[in-house]
Design a protein around this ligand. Structure first.
Ligand SMILES: Nc1nc2c(ncn2[C@@H]2O[C@H](COP(=O)(O)OP(=O)(O)OP(=O)(O)O)[C@@H](O)[C@H]2O)c(=O)[nH]1
Ligand SMILES: [Mg+2]
Length: 194
């Protein structure tokens, strides 16, 4: 008998940074552009994978980042397996403390939990870049992210690499691979253009 399991992957970040666009680019290979609607509260997308003879359901929890939805995130994020935090590389204030702090406090203790893999994603690489590499590295290290990807939902750049990494974490979770322990964390800049 095949055992099934659901892995909960949370996408979090400010309103308009491109969370829904990233998920839709990966799942449906589309980019809706200006016509995409801001996520109202929460939408969950699922995908089935077969890993080592086991059926694994991956649930992508796509939260609306607008301030009015922030109060529900902490409760709904319970049971999270993988955390993905998206910021907009074309927005010069994307990593400013006053923008980041309310977002990170809304998510509760996820960032303090070293057992949860955490991926940082810089979005909209097709637009002019407004954030310095040093600021990204500082941010990654302060909050102990395990990996970093720069993507564009518009042209698809690095989207597959991001989801491959998510699925690698899924495999590690399923098979209890110890390589995701915080002591083994490596900081990788998965840039297409360096
Ligand atoms: N140029 C460019 N625009 C993008 C990209 N990804 C998203 N956008 C645009 O940014 C806007 C917001 O995208 P969404 O995917 O709705 O962002 P979100 O993070 O899901 O926003 P909320 O649901 O409000 O939290 C839309 O106008 C998108 O077309 C990208 O890679 N490049
Ligand atoms: Mg959205």
């Amino acid at each position: 008998m095949l055992l099934t399991k659901t892995i909960k992957v949370i996408f979090w970040g400010d309103g308009g940074v491109g969370k829904t666009s990233i998920i839709k680019r990966f799942l449906y290979n589309v980019f809706e552009g200006e016509s995409i609607k801001s996520t109202y509260g929460l939408e969950v997308y699922t995908k089935m994978l077969s890993i080592g003879g086991r059926k694994i359901y991956i649930a992508f929890w796509d939260f609306g980042g607008q301030p009015q939805f922030r109060s529900v995130v902490r409760v709904l994020a319970r049971g999270i397996d993988i955390f993905v935090f998206v910021f907009d590389l074309s927005d010069p204030d994307a990593l400013a403390q006053e923008r980041i702090q309310p977002l990170l406090s809304a998510i509760g203790s996820v960032l303090q939990n070293s057992k949860i893999p955490k991926i940082l994603v810089g979005s909209k690489t097709d637009l002019p870049r407004a954030i310095f590499d040093d600021d990204i590295l500082d941010f990654m290290m302060s909050y102990k992210f395990d990996d970093y990807f720069e993507v564009s939902a518009k042209n698809g750049e690095n989207i597959q690499a991001l989801f491959d990494r998510i699925f690698q974490f899924v495999t590690e979770i399923i098979f209890h691979d110890k390589s995701v322990k915080s002591s083994d964390k490596k900081y990788n800049f998965n840039r297409v253009t360096l």
